[in-house]
Design a binder for this molecule. Structure first.
Ligand code: NIG
Ligand code: FE
Length: 412
């Protein structure tokens, strides 16, 4: 089965060689080909180049991309799309003056979502979550990481992870599962946080390993949630089961979570709204990807991750949505890219690199997606008739996408 996209106005993010990730000045470069073709064979990118060299072999399907851009789908390396119900009530409470912390302290927040999820059947949870997955694919996301962490009991955490496994089986985009049992301390362990961590380690991790339910391990390392010592405790346990860390750090305060992530070779450290010079320094010359989540800053009115400071220090940066019911009820990567440009002063080139190649690294799928490279999955966006790729952030809030192709097949 062959598909040929032809007359592409601009084919974006073309990379002849495999790239692990891009840092600093290299992120300013976004290679493209104007008036190009893209050849897909059995769902995989087989060839690309200028129209003057367009293949003449027998093709099954032709797609005319005149006036339109073709680019790799977004890679969303940080989401919580498996959740039950919503937190619209808390949203209104915040408008009326309560803070995120005040809501959490009166039993709202993560514990509110956990209560709802515990009362939801696995089947219902799957159906609520698949609606969100299909929504984000239609918005151009072609690979996604999904966390547990709204269960907070053995049964409910496993329920979440089994739902993620079912999504992996039923959708042909790369999906990675992250165990975030240490998202909040449930009421039943209110005065016994150590007991809760031991439950995660002794009861849940062995089942996760046996049933292959997670690829990564996460913890909410934050004042009022889990300390650096808790973080090291859980990451060490995860390590024993071969789970690489991808952790929540520095969302509201800086307490040493970045350092703990680096110490345990985290694949990524995510949020980073509050960053000291030391936090930036420790990330230098490591394999740990900093990940910014600008929609979360937007929704909670908290500081944006200091992207300029991070990039100017020579580091890489990835962008993701954080799609979840509490801090970011949106999974729109187009909005993430726009917000990164508008609020974090990233250039369109930097933001697109951060949301494709670097996102792919941050969720361990660099070999499969993130660029137009021969051998990668043909997960691509065909835009509407837009002026240039800069239109994506410039026309923020508009949907730039005409069609999404997953493994070369058009998504309806
Ligand atoms: O990444 N920060 C921790 N966890 C989520 C939000 C949790 C919630 O409010 O439900 C986040 O922002
Ligand atoms: Fe998150």
């Amino acid at each position: 089965m062959t598909t040929l996209f032809k007359n592409i106005k601009e084919l974006v993010q073309v990379r002849k060689q495999h790239i692990n990730f891009l840092s600093a000045a290299a992120m300013k470069e976004l290679p493209t080909l104007k008036n190009a073709y893209l050849l897909v064979k059995d769902g995989i990118i087989a060839d690309f180049g200028l129209m003057k060299n367009c293949p003449t072999e027998k093709i099954d399907t032709f797609i005319d991309a005149s006036d339109r851009i073709v680019m790799p789908t977004w890679v969303d390396s940080h989401t919580h799309i498996v959740y039950a119900g919503n937190r619209e009530g808390e949203f209104v409470d915040r408008i009326n003056g309560l803070t995120y912390a005040e809501i959490a302290n009166k039993g709202g927040g993560i514990l509110n979502s956990a209560k709802k999820l515990q009362e939801t059947t696995e089947d219902d949870l799957y159906h609520q979550s698949k609606v969100r997955l299909e929504e984000v694919i239609a918005l151009g996301t072609g690979a996604v990481e999904i966390k547990s962490g709204y269960g907070l009991t053995v049964a409910a955490e496993l329920k979440m992870l089994r739902v993620i496994k079912r999504l992996k089986e039923n959708y042909n985009i790369p999906i990675k599962a992250t165990f975030l049992g240490a998202h909040a301390v449930p009421d039943t362990f209110k005065n016994n946080k150590k007991g809760y961590l031991d439950l995660l380690i002794n009861e849940i991790l062995p089942i996760i390993a046996k049933e292959n339910l997670a690829d990564y391990i996460d913890i909410f390392c934050e004042t009022g949630y889990f300390t650096v010592a808790d973080t090291e405790y859980i990451l060490k346990a995860g390590q024993q089961y071969g789970l690489t860390p991808k952790i929540h750090v520095n969302q509201f305060t800086t307490i040493g979570g970045v350092q703990a992530g680096v110490k345990y070779n985290a694949l990524s450290v995510d949020h980073l709204e509050i960053m000291t010079d030391d936090d930036i320094e420790v990330l230098k010359n490591t394999q740990t990807m900093p990940v910014a989540l600008p929609s979360c800053s937007y929704f909670l009115s908290i500081p944006y991750t200091p992207a300029r400071k991070i990039l100017d220090a020579g580091l890489p940066l990835a962008l993701a949505t954080d799609y979840n019911p509490g801090s970011t009820p949106s999974g729109n990567m187009n909005f993430v890219v726009a917000t990164a440009c508008i609020k974090m002063k990233m250039t369109p080139e930097e933001a697109i690199n951060a949301a494709t190649i670097n996102g792919a690294y941050a969720m361990g799928v660099s070999n499969e997606v993130g660029s137009i490279t021969v051998g990668k999955k043909a997960n691509v966006i065909l835009t509407k008739k837009i002026n240039s790729y800069a239109s994506i952030p410039y026309n923020f809030g508009s949907n730039p996408i005409d069609q999404v192709y997953i493994m070369g097949e058009k998504i309806n």
